[in-house]
Ligand binder design. Structure first.
Ligand code: HEC
Length: 269
């Protein structure tokens, strides 16, 4: 039975379907688990995908250009990258806002002047900001999965979801589902059967210079990893610290136990 089939059956019988209709697959991410790390090459490719495709609609207004030094770029590279963006500044002496090229302390701007304009240009739905999106989206897997997640340190639900969404277009909607005009069927979307974003990226759309395959699957992995980095750049350090703290606490608990036995050894019961 295909995943999600039960939901569809429930829907046909008049029940409420659960979204997403199909649960995202869990992928292998380099930053998964207690010893994970970000793959800088992958993050740089993800930035390229974001820059060339997604930034036409999605802002990232909590991330500054200078944060890109964390991806291994020099100050010089960050400066010329920032200057490619037009950023609103002002007001000037005559009280007007004006546009100027970006500098490293600017944030990734929105291509639209305000959320209403963004929605008007996108079938009524405004493209969400990317800064925290990888942490804000997480298709819950339910009990008992979330119990095991505590031990596997599973925190990649966001990137799994983004990858599934980007690779989930182009399927035939089931007969009983009506797709509203201006929306696109995607069984991985978590708020309904279809969303206002059309499939944003196709094979060979972005050029990779390091020989990585130029497929929708690969682009989706890279941009999802990049979005996770944007949302939580210090994820590996946080997990490593957690590991050290756990090891310390376990060691400390054993020591306290031994000391307690020593101290009370001569006291009769
Ligand atoms: C032409 C504009 C446009 C482009 C380009 C675009 N998007 Fe979107 N995106 C949208 C809109 C509009 C929405 C809101 C859809 C809705 O809520 O119905 C959206 C929503 C999303 C969501 C959130 C889905 C959710 O669960 O709410 C993700 C993730 C996303 N886009 C990823 C991407 C990625 C990654 C790229 C680049 C590969 C990209 N988008 C390129 C317009 C765009």
């Amino acid at each position: 039975m295909a995943p999600g089939a039960t939901d569809e059956a429930a829907h046909e019988q008049g029940g409420t379907p659960h979204y997403p209709l199909i649960k995202p697959a869990e992928l292998d991410w380099t930053f998964a688990g207690p010893f994970g790390h970000y793959d800088l090459g992958q993050l740089q490719r993800g930035l390229k995908v974001y820059r060339e495709v997604c930034s036409a609609c999605h802002s990232m207004n909590l991330v500054s250009f200078r944060n890109l030094e964390g991806l291994g770029y020099s100050d010089e590279q960050v400066r010329s990258f920032a200057a490619e963006f037009q950023v609103e500044d002002g007001p000037n002496a005559s009280g007007e806002m004006f546009m100027r090229p970006g500098i490293p302390s600017d944030r990734f701007p929105s291509p639209f002047p305000n959320p209403e304009a963004a929605a008007a240009a996108n079938n009524g739905a405004h493209p969400p900001d990317f800064s925290l999106l990888a942490k804000a989206r997480f298709a819950t897997q339910g009990f008992p999965k979330f119990v095991f997640d505590i031990f596997t340190q599973y925190a990649e639900g966001g990137p799994d979801y983004i990858h599934a969404l980007l690779t989930g277009y182009g399927q035939e909607p089931p007969a009983h589902i009506t797709i509203q005009p201006g929306t696109h069927y995607n069984p991985y979307f978590m708020n309904g059967p279809a969303l206002a974003m059309a499939q944003p990226i196709m094979d060979d759309q972005v050029e990779y210079t390091d020989g990585t395959p130029q497929t929708v699957d690969q682009y989706s992995r890279d941009v999802a990893a990049f979005m996770m980095w944007a949302a939580e750049p210090h994820l590996p350090e946080r997990k490593a610290t957690g590991m050290v703290v756990m090891v310390f606490l376990i060691g400390f608990a054993i020591m306290v136990g031994i000391v307690k036995r020593r101290v009370w050894a001569d006291t009769p019961h």
